[in-house]
Structures are given as structure tokens and as C-alpha cells.
Design a protein. Structure first.
Length: 215
């Protein structure tokens, strides 16, 4: 039987929005506040239906090009007052992090969200993590995952799958965001779980297979 000490230390990366936290209520409130300031009515339901891409991509169809970056900066400024308190941890998020801890692993959060606002969420819901990296998206997450030594990356979006595959690690997807099972599987994810409540059991089985133990 392989010696577990020969195996690289477990490092699990998690996406933040719609993987660990339900960002929709806070994102929607901030979009409403931004629209009121700009004097326009943004399609909030549509814009919150598939969170994940950077905000400038999200706003581009609705604003003139020269207005996008000022709107992004204003959104980020409005965000702490509108989006932190109403946003909860998703079911199973704390238990998923604890499962990594039980196996002696590190937890890193790698997200496209503006880093200071991501940190506010982590602090508000009390996630026990080792490292937070913000403002990275899609395949850009691969550099961070490799640097941190991640072996698994958990996300809800096809672009999270792209990041994991580009890093050469196991992609685990949850169905709590806007992407379907079919979309995630087509993107190449290795595992699809309904939500993070299923992650601890999956991790136990996954690590058991790696060590050759039953399970």
C-alpha cells in the first residue's frame, strides 16, 4: 500500500460566488443601487441568473463602452453597504471546508470577485480558509491554483472547470450556480455534485482511492 506521506499535501481550492456563498441577494441589491445612481433600470434577474464572469463582461451589453469601468468602480464602492449582510453561506459550505481540514488539508478561495469585497464575505460568514485570491477568472485561475499547490478545485461555472483543467487538477462542480450538469460535463469537469453537502463524502472516497484503501 502506498505510504500517505508520499502523497502531496491536500490543497482544495473553492470558488466563492454561488459555490460557497449565495451571492444573488447582495449582487441584486447592489445592481439596483447602481442603476438608480446611473438613472437606468438594469435587468437584475437576468444579470444574476449566471454569476461568475467579471462585472465588466456582465455590464457591457447594457452600458456604453466608456461608462463600463466607472460603473464597475462604483459597483465595488456600493457593494459593502448592500451586499455583505444579506448574503449567506450556501448549504454545506462550512462542512466542506471542515472536511478538508479533517484530512490535514489547506483551503484556498480563488474567485473573480474584487478581493476586498471577497474578504468581507469570508469574514462575515466565518469561513476558515488559508488563502484568498481575488480578481482572477477562467483559465487565469490556473496560475493561482498551481502556485498554491491545489489538487482539487470546486466551482459552479464552466469557467471554473476551465481553470481547474488548465491547472491539471481535479475539477469538482456543484449545481448551485447557473450552469447545468450538461454544460459542466461538456466543459470537461470530472465530478458533478448537487451541492456542497455531498462534498465531504466525495472527498473521503476520492482520498481513499488515492491511498488504495477501501471505500
Amino acid at each position: 500500500m502506498p505510504d500517505p506521506r508520499d502523497r502531496p499535501r491536500l490543497v482544495v481550492g473553492f470558488d466563492l460566488d454561488m459555490t460557497l456563498i449565495d451571492t444573488v441577494p447582495g449582487f441584486a441589491r447592489t445592481l439596483v443601487a447602481l442603476g438608480e445612481e446611473l438613472g437606468i433600470e438594469l435587468p437584475v434577474d437576468d444579470l444574476t441568473s449566471k454569476l461568475g464572469p467579471p462585472l465588466d463582461h456582465t455590464l457591457r451589453p447594457h452600458l456604453a463602452e466608456e461608462a463600463i469601468m466607472p460603473a464597475v468602480e462604483r459597483f465595488r464602492a456600493l457593494y459593502p453597504d448592500h451586499a455583505i449582510v444579506p448574503v449567506p453561506a450556501l448549504g454545506g459550505a462550512h462542512d466542506a471546508i471542515e472536511a478538508v481540514r479533517r484530512h490535514g488539508g489547506r483551503v484556498v478561495v480563488v474567485t473573480g470577485k474584487f478581493t476586498p469585497n471577497a474578504q468581507l464575505h469570508v469574514d462575515h460568514v466565518g469561513f476558515d480558509i488559508d488563502h484568498l485570491e481575488g480578481a482572477v477568472w477562467g483559465v487565469g485561475k490556473a496560475d493561482v491554483l498551481r502556485r498554491e499547490g491545489a489538487t482539487i478545485y470546486v466551482g459552479d461555472h464552466v469557467h471554473d472547470v476551465e481553470g481547474a483543467l488548465a491547472a491539471g487538477i481535479t475539477s469538482v462542480s456543484v449545481l448551485t450556480g447557473g450552469c447545468t450538469r450538461e454544460e459542466l460535463e461538456e466543459a470537461g469537469t470530472h465530478v458533478v455534485l448537487p451541492d456542497l453537502t455531498a462534498f465531504p463524502a466525495w472527498l473521503e472516497e476520492h482520498l481513499g482511492r488515492q491511498t488504495g484503501s477501501p471505500g
